[in-house]
Design a protein around this ligand. Sequence first.
Ligand SMILES: Cc1cc2nc3c(=O)[nH]c(=O)nc-3n(C[C@H](O)[C@H](O)[C@H](O)COP(=O)(O)OP(=O)(O)OC[C@H]3O[C@@H](n4cnc5c(N)ncnc54)[C@H](O)[C@@H]3O)c2cc1C
Length: 417
Amino acid sequence: MKAAVLGAGVSGLTIARKLHDANADVTVYETDAKAGGLAKSRVTDGYIYDPHGGHIFNSKDKSVTDWVFSILPKEHWQYNIRNAKIFYKGKYISYPFELSLCELPIDDAVDCAYDFINAQCGDEPDNFADWLVWNFGRSIAEAYMLPYNRKIWAYPLEEMGTTWMRGKMPLPKKKDIIRSLALKDPTEREMPHSVFYYPIEGGIQTMVDAIAKPLTIRLSESVKSIESLGERWHVNGEMYDIVVSTIPLKILPEVMRLPEQVVSAINGLKYNSLTTFLTDCPPTNISWLYIPSARWRAHRMGYQSALTPKAAPNGGGSGAFEIIGAGEKADDTLIKQALPKELCVGHIIDTQFSEYAYVIHDKYHAKNVSVTRGYFDGSSGFYSIGRWGAWKYNNMDLCMAEAFDTAARILAHEGMV
Ligand SMILES: Cc1cc2nc3c(=O)[nH]c(=O)nc-3n(C[C@H](O)[C@H](O)[C@H](O)COP(=O)(O)OP(=O)(O)OC[C@H]3O[C@@H](n4cnc5c(N)ncnc54)[C@H](O)[C@@H]3O)c2cc1C
């Protein structure tokens, strides 16, 4: 079986590796000069930088962790317990905010706890802005949830749905909040990313390169044409039995013929873009810092040097701050607009723009995705998976799990299991 995989991000590399390991003849097409997609790393002036945002690995799915550690064994990973903080009124509050009310100024803590205990009355709203107030109460929503989410989405929260964030956001119960106040203990143990792994050397690229090692990847080769030829497919003029696309759905109408209703659904899909800025800073054990206030332009500072001791030269510190959108001038005046001075950031060392950063789950998302999923369901030998192929807010582990399932379907269909 001859397969073309479009895109060498985590999704493309995972499915290519699964098919390759089952003896399929696989070619990966990648527009960039390097594999990894959003999960890349580079070294600038001795600093390790994940230019599309710091990428930590963890999963609740044992088949995913077993597979990753079989490819890059555990001794190559730094095990970390998350120490995330929120910058609020000049103080570092533990994450999650709603379990750390004991760290707030006392009047704020009382308001937040009182409103939360009285929250969740009446019908559950179906738009994200109202849902945040409904679920957490007005004080927590206004202090943290609303300003932070306005910054990271840069999209009206009133026009976003609510189902996407389950499993992504901590959703503690009222009793958890009372317990955390009584014990003065913000610890939660069941949330996503409460512990995680990061490669000791080379950034997340080390994991990506280990997956990619045996694969044939045509780097710097964009997919420019996809044609259906009966039961087979042409990609850039070359014949394949099946195609697995992980490139953004938005690109497909430019390279293949599609029915009008599919193009219209694709045109309706929403996303945002991101610029990150690598900086030097004092060493810290904070994993990452959320900055909800509209006073500063960055929404998050990810401390690369807290992920692995090898991230910065001479035992120094480093972090990358993130601003939604493009067109920022990467000079040091930006640091003053982007970050509180308390972070004591030095200089910008490197910067990167990512066109495709976050899928926006607006209220038409489910309808548009059901059209694209229905069309690219694999029945014609063409599959579309991954963060941008399925258009889902999936982290690396969920992309891997989806790639496992799709590979199993393909291999079963081709009689290769
Ligand atoms: C800021 C940020 C932080 C994140 N942090 C984490 C984290 O800590 N942990 C985690 O698990 N996940 C994290 N994620 C999510 C993670 O990045 C994604 O789940 C994962 O990398 C998506 O992989 P993918 O292969 O589906 O997509 P991509 O990585 O986007 O891969 C798509 C590939 O297609 C290529 N391509 C595009 N057009 C063409 C073309 N015409 N021809 C050929 N190739 C093409 C692209 O160059 C790219 O390599 C983060 C995401 C962001 C934005």
